[in-house]
Write a protein that binds this ligand. Structure first.
Ligand SMILES: Cc1cc2nc3c(=O)[nH]c(=O)nc-3n(C[C@H](O)[C@H](O)[C@H](O)COP(=O)(O)OP(=O)(O)OC[C@H]3O[C@@H](n4cnc5c(N)ncnc54)[C@H](O)[C@@H]3O)c2cc1C
Length: 370
């Protein structure tokens, strides 16, 4: 397993083959390090990177966290430059503000867009019910096609000389032969980083469901999110012609705050990146909750649901912030806690920069958004 380092580089192990581990491995190899990438699952981009809403966020979702907006805007250009084939700009994206119970008003949302320089035009998708929202905007957001991203990642890792080991779970104790180690295991970060003094942190873990559905014709190539608070969204699912439903409340089957997620026994077998038909699905609640906003949603044909564990920082209810955090844990180990996909290239650059410096200091926790 151990590979030789170049004269200027180190032998580096990257643990976790999600978008953050893959991109870090790629950039470390290009910087002259000899990189082994270890992924526990049978394929790359199998965890949260394979089960998400497919949005390449430009900031429209985060009217309460300007740090997150700045973070993703900093990242989008470098992500698009690294993975241009996987970025879809051909969908129509809409953002709406619910008439009732939204945490920001239509007026506040427009002020937010203007303040942050987020472009928009007043337009409504054909399936959005009149009266359900106070504002509907068409925005130039983008999406990520995960099937294309996976292929692109494989090709780039091969070209950069990264040795990829799937079905290869690793713990820190397995990696003594490596001069540098990157931990990018997201919801399992504490399983590895807690072995280092001061490394363990609390996170909020959410076992999430993403229903995959067929929808009427008027939804095709269109994406909508209703903000701001306990609402819903619908997005095209890669190039499949089907859609992913999101719901801030009903998508979550279990929440834990602490060092490790507690996974309900009945859901444990569903966290494999595949579409499942299960009696535990909350699909009916997704439809019920979407009905006031979306015409034709009752005709949604449920193909099945994807399940995964989301990890976010605890106690972020006020801002809904989604920071990406790179931490130097000691003179050998760096961890990446992935926020939004758009930040993965900036996070990889930060890892390369940190490995170019000496021992860690108090300042070595790097956060794109605070
Ligand atoms: C429901 C949901 C919707 C989301 N929607 C969006 C969205 O629309 N846009 C967006 O930008 N972000 C979204 N996110 C967030 C985004 O998906 C994540 O921040 C991102 O995918 C995290 O990437 P990662 O590489 O850190 O983690 P992951 O993709 O989870 O990768 C970690 C990998 O580590 C592996 N692993 C774990 N332990 C070990 C071990 N011991 N040894 C080897 N391998 C190990 C796992 O198998 C996994 O493949 C969403 C997240 C969720 C859960």
């Amino acid at each position: 397993m151990k590979r030789g380092a170049t004269a200027s580089g180190h032998r580096v192990a990257v643990v976790g083959g999600g978008i953050f581990g893959v991109t870090a491995a790629l950039h470390l190899a290009r910087a002259g390090h000899a990189v082994d990438l270890f992924e526990a699952a049978p394929e790359l981009l199998h965890g949260a990177s394979g089960v998400n809403q497919r949005r390449l966020h430009h900031g429209y979702h985060y009217p309460r966290s300007s740090d997150t907006v700045e973070q993703v805007r900093e990242g989008v250009a470098s992500f698009c430059a690294e993975y241009p084939d996987a970025v879809r700009s051909d969908y129509e994206h809409y953002v709406a503000i619910a008439s009732r119970d939204s945490l920001v008003s239509a007026e506040q949302y427009l002020q937010f867009c203007d303040r942050m320089g987020l472009e928009y035009r007043h337009e409504r998708p054909p399936f959005l019910r009149p009266g359900a929202v106070d504002l509907s905007l068409r925005v130039p957001e983008q999406a990520v096609d995960l099937a294309v991203l996976r292929e692109s990642a494989r090709r780039k890792l091969g070209a950069a000389g990264v040795a990829v080991h799937v079905r290869s779970p690793r713990q820190l104790a397995d990696l003594d032969d490596y001069e540098r180690v990157v931990l990018a295991t997201y919801a399992s970060l504490n399983h590895l980083q807690a072995a280092i003094r001061g490394g363990g942190l609390d996170y909020q873990y959410e076992v999430c469901e993403k229903p995959v559905v067929r929808l009427p014709r008027e939804y095709h190539n269109r994406s909508l999110v209703v903000l701001d608070g306990p609402f819903m969204c619908v997005d095209p699912y890669d190039g499949t012609g089907t859609f992913l439903l999101g719901n801030v409340t009903h998508a979550i089957h279990a929440t834990t705050v602490g060092r490790y997620p507690l996974i309900p026994a009945e859901l444990a077998g569903l966290l494999d990146g595949r579409i499942h038909h299960t009696p535990h699905s909350k699909f009916a609640s997704f439809v019920e909750h979407a009905r006031p906003f979306l015409t034709g949603i009752e005709r949604a044909e449920h193909i099945g649901s994807l399940f995964t564990v989301r990890a976010v920082l605890p106690h972020i209810e006020d801002t809904d912030a989604r920071p990406t955090v790179v931490r130097r844990l000691d003179d050998r180990v760096v961890s990446i806690f992935g926020g939004k996909i758009a930040t993965s290239v900036e996070a990889a650059r930060e890892v390369v920069a940190q490995f170019g410096t000496a021992a860690p200091t108090e300042q070595d926790a790097w956060q794109l958004a605070r």
